[in-house]
Design a protein around this ligand. Structure first.
Ligand SMILES: *Cc1c(COP(=O)(O)O)cnc(C)c1O
Length: 222
């Protein structure tokens, strides 16, 4: 199937209030243009260098999301153009994004990445480290970032009940934070969860942003 046909079949099952991020990592600019020409405007990359290089070659009205781990020394290179950083997993990185955004008068949307999978290698806050970060009120003074929600990656498994359990945990944690720390902030409204093999489950559990690569662009060649 073509990229255009893949996008159409995904959009068919997508509630209108769920955002589709087309994850284009490892795929060439020409594939991104194919998706762009089929109307897709939101793209996600997980490596900073790849994101910066592709952004320079592509139309300026693309909404770029960083979905992979971010190191402090690389923040500066994406802050001028990135729409959302989905992979914020420490106060330190949030502070650095704020510092760089302030210098150029921008405000960058951020999601708090929460570790929900059983695998140990994934990045992200634990529920407790995230609570601690928010309990210390410093984050609320950062004027050039907006924490718009949470992001999580479920365990890579065929066990549907495990995936459901993890999505339920993230959804419940989002609700908890909304009540405990973001009560007066209508901007805290996103739950980014669901990839090619589990995005329908994720939507059932309240996802507002899905991140889909393989089902749009095909298998990646590493
Ligand atoms: C690669 C990636 C995706 C997309 O995965 P697919 O299985 O190809 O849909 C989603 N989220 C993150 C964080 C990723 O790194």
């Amino acid at each position: 199937m073509s990229i255009k046909a893949n996008l159409e079949s995904i959009r068919k099952n997508l509630p209108t209030d769920v955002k589709l991020v087309a994850v284009s990592k490892f795929h060439p600019v020409s594939s991104i243009m194919e998706a762009y020409n089929a109307g897709q405007r939101v793209f996600g990359e997980n490596r900073v260098q790849e994101l910066v290089a592709k952004q320079a070659d592509l139309p300026g009205d693309i909404e770029w999301h960083l979905i992979g781990h971010l190191q402090s020394n690389k923040v500066k290179s994406i802050v001028p153009f990135v729409d959302t950083i989905q992979s914020v997993d420490s106060y330190k990185i949030l502070e650095e994004i704020n510092t760089q955004a302030k210098k150029i008068g921008r405000n960058v949307k951020c999601l708090l990445e929460i570790h929900i999978a059983k695998e140990e290698s994934k990045f992200g806050f634990s529920f407790d480290t995230c609570r601690q970060m928010l309990d210390n009120q410093s984050w609320s003074l950062l004027d050039h970032v907006t924490i718009v929600g949470v992001m999580g990656i479920a365990t890579n498994t065929d066990d549907e009940s495990e995936i459901r359990k993890e999505f339920e945990l993230l959804s419940a944690f989002y609700q908890e934070l909304k009540e405990s720390h973001f009560n007066d902030r209508s901007t805290f409204k996103e739950i980014s969860m669901g990839m090619s093999h589990d995005y329908l489950l994720a939507i059932e559990h309240g996802s507002t942003i899905i991140r889909v690569g393989t089902s749009i662009f095909g298998e990646r060649e590493y």
